[in-house]
Every structure is written in C-alpha cells, then in structure tokens.
Design a protein around this ligand. Structure first.
Ligand SMILES: Nc1ncnc2c1ncn2[C@@H]1O[C@H](COP(=O)(O)OP(=O)(O)O)[C@@H](O)[C@H]1O
Ligand SMILES: [Mg+2]
Length: 390
C-alpha cells in the first residue's frame, strides 16, 4: 500500500480544507481550496466557503471553559469531542455545497481554550503552554484523508509564543516587491502583519495589537442579557459617546507598551478585564461599548506608530471587525496618514482568509517544510508545526 502522504506528494495540486474557530467563539469558518506547489511557490485558489455558527449554549460553554473559571478534565474532554464533530459537520456541508466528493487534506486550528505564552509559575518551576481542542480524529474518520492540527505547540516548544501563525502564509501570498503591505486582522484579538517591500521571511513583523472585538462583544452580551453577542454593524457604538477618562485609562494598558514579539488572548482581555473596566465608573453601557470600540482602533494605530519601521500607505483590515463601520471609521480617524481598506475592497474574503491559512499551513506540514515565522513568534528557529492524523 502506498503511504497516504506519498499519494499527496505525487499530486500536482491538492484539494485542501482549512478550518478556523477563533477566540470570538462565534463559529467555524471552513474553506475549500485548491493548492498547487508548496513553500514560496504555493498557489491557492478558493473554491468555496461555509460558516457554521455555534449554538448559543455551546458558545457559552466555550467561553466559560476558556475563561478558566469552569470545567475540569471531563468538560474539556467532552467539549473537545463535541467540537470535533462540529468541525466534521461544517466540512460535510462545505463539500455538499461545492459538490465535492473527496478532499486530499484538512488543516484545522481547533478552539483555543488556554494560551499561556509567558513563563507561568507551576509546580515549583515555570512552564508555558497552549491548548487547542476539537478532536481532529472525527475529521480523519469521516473524510478519510490526513488531518493536520495542533499547530501552535511546536512553535512554543522551539521557544516561540505559538502566535501569530498567519504571517507565514501572508508572507507567501501577499508580499510585494514594489510596495509595503500591512494586514490587520480584527477577530476576538487584533493582530497585524507588516511585510516591507521585497522582504525576507525573517524581516516580517507581526504581533497581536490588543483586543479586536472581544471586549466589545462581552459588553454587548452583558448589555442585552445575551440577546446579542456582538455590535451588529457597529450601531450601538455609533449611538454611544466615547468616555475620554475611560479611554485614557484603557490606553495606559502595559500590553500596548510591550515590544513585539507579543501575543495576548482571552486570559488578558476576558471577563476580569471587562469587570475592571465596568468598575471604573457608573457609565451607560452603550457609552462603554463606544469607548471599547475606540480603544480597539486606538490600540491598532498606536501599535503601528510604535512598532512599524515606517507607516504603511494602506492598512488592509480582515476578520469580523471589518464588518463594523464604526470601528473602521474610528481606525481611519486614528490613522489619517494611512488609507484603511478591507479585504473585500481588494476582492478577497475576510472570513475565508484565516481559515485558508490553515489549509496552507497543513500543506506545508505534509511536505515537511518549516511553517512558522520565527521573527513573528520569537521562536529560536523554523519548525514544522502541526500534528498529522493519517
Ligand atoms: N456584522 C457585524 N457587525 C459588527 N461586528 C461583526 C459583524 N460580524 C462579525 N462581527 C464581529 O466579528 C467577530 C468574529 O470575528 P472573527 O474574525 O470570526 O473572529 P475570531 O477569529 O476570533 O473568531 C464577532 O464576534 C463580532 O464581534
Ligand atoms: Mg470566528
């Protein structure tokens, strides 16, 4: 019998599914791609996209487990199996909609339930770790192809922060010889990638800028007693008033000062952060939503001012935050010298982009190619990230 990976290597191009479920815990982004080549010669064609939202009870459970105040081994085990099945549901529907019988490979990010990139005191010493759940075995079992998962841990073992991972794929797909490229993703967390004209991989700068939608989402959920989970179209923020003293306090955040490489998550901008924010004063929650929206914009602008070698001419925004016009307007106001555009303005898809990154990272992994960007994660060297289920 031919080794399953040998079969993949011999194909001129491969049908690869990429799956992403981010820290917003909104649902699963599933993309079908056709990938030709590998490494710097990779070409990607997008054949279909499907978003499957989580049931609201499941989202609640994910947020509780990821909040660290709920769930032991039993919960993590059951949630991991539940999510593995959700991923399989999403892929089944994606294949049905695109009329696809068989795929060659799946790359799945999994759901981050804990991310501790800094040395954390534990058992008399310190450790760092990251945990993504959503069992890839269900995908391997149903779709009968290799599945690559658990990317972040290997970068961490090599001394990196295990994040951000998309800069490697952005370097392959977006780098230009004649112009600087700046890409800002606004998911639960915000992250930016700076690709100077003609740069090498080790010249890529990328880091988490701070919260993306995470703080706004938590405030909206609280304000509407769970009826809404995000500020649709930025309408609430537009109807509120930015509270200068509260914004001023948010901008004293030490994370913003910290030099890259750096990464953050729900452990920092989750429940405790929102509680501390609300404890600053008795403000109307809609004004706090407006202020949190302004903070996301300001933290992105500050990150570019502090850490970009030169201000990019254009900042291309992707992720769910690109659907929030109030946020985009604030971002443009905070960066008058830079044109703020969305992936959609350039004819790409914000949602599919992050999922497609995991299709590409999986493709690299099965070819045994290093697929981290050490200048972005801080890893000591390049490594092949991802565990392979055959
Ligand atoms: N129509 C919209 N208006 C405003 N915000 C939106 C809209 N659609 C999505 N979002 C925001 O985007 C978030 C999801 O973004 P996403 O890129 O999927 O993040 P993640 O990778 O963390 O899952 C939602 O939680 C919400 O805050
Ligand atoms: Mg999402």
């Amino acid at each position: 019998m031919t080794h399953p990976l040998k079969t993949l290597w011999d194909k001129p191009s491969r049908l690869v599914v990429g799956l992403m479920s981010g820290t917003s815990a909104d649902g699963v982004d599933a993309v079908l791609t056709k990938i030709t080549g590998a490494g710097l010669d990779t070409k990607v064609e997008q054949l279909g996209f499907y978003f499957q939202p989580f049931e609201s009870a499941a989202r609640q459970r994910i947020l509780e487990v990821a909040g660290g105040s709920f769930g032991g081994a039993r919960e993590v085990c059951l949630l991991g199996a539940y999510l593995g099945k959700c991923y399989a549901d999403a892929v089944r529907e994606l294949l049905r909609q695109t009329g696809t019988e068989k795929v060659d490979l799946i790359g799945t990010h999994g759901q981050t339930v804990w991310h501790a990139p800094e040395q954390t005191p534990y058992l008399g010493g310190t450790v760092r770790g990251t945990l993504q759940i959503g069992d890839p075995s269900y995908l391997a079992e149903e779709f009968g192809c290799p599945v690559v998962s658990d990317f972040r841990v290997r970068d961490m073992a090599a001394g990196g922060l295990g994040a951000p991972l998309v800069p490697y794929t952005e370097f392959i797909l977006y780098r230009r010889e004649d112009a600087d490229v700046a890409l800002q993703n606004i998911g639960g967390i915000g992250n930016v990638t700076l690709l100077p004209a003609g740069c090498r991989l080790d010249e890529v700068t990328a880091f988490d800028t701070g919260p993306g939608n995470m703080v706004m989402d938590a405030l909206v959920t609280r304000m509407t007693a769970g009826k809404l989970s995000y500020d649709d179209g930025g309408r609430l923020a537009a109807s509120g008033r930015v509270i200068p003293e509260l914004l001023g306090w948010m901008l004293t955040d030490p994370y913003l000062e910290k030099k890259p490489p750096k990464t953050t998550g729900r452990e920092y901008y989750g429940e405790d952060y929102v509680r501390a924010l609300l404890a600053r004063g008795d403000y109307p929650v809609v004004d706090v939503v407006a202020t949190a929206t302004a903070f996301t914009a300001e933290s992105i602008a500050l990150s570019l001012r502090r850490f970009a070698k030169r201000m990019p001419g254009v900042l291309v925004v992707g992720g769910g935050g690109s659907r929030n016009p109030t946020l985009l307007r604030r971002l443009q106001e905070a960066l008058p010298e830079c044109r703020v555009q969305t992936q959609e303005d350039l004819g790409f898809s914000s949602d599919a982009k992050e999922a497609a990154a995991f299709a590409i990272l999986a493709n690299e992994a099965v070819f045994g190619l290093c697929n981290n960007a050490p200048s972005a994660t801080g890893a000591d060297h390049g490594v092949v990230m991802g565990r392979v289920n055959l």
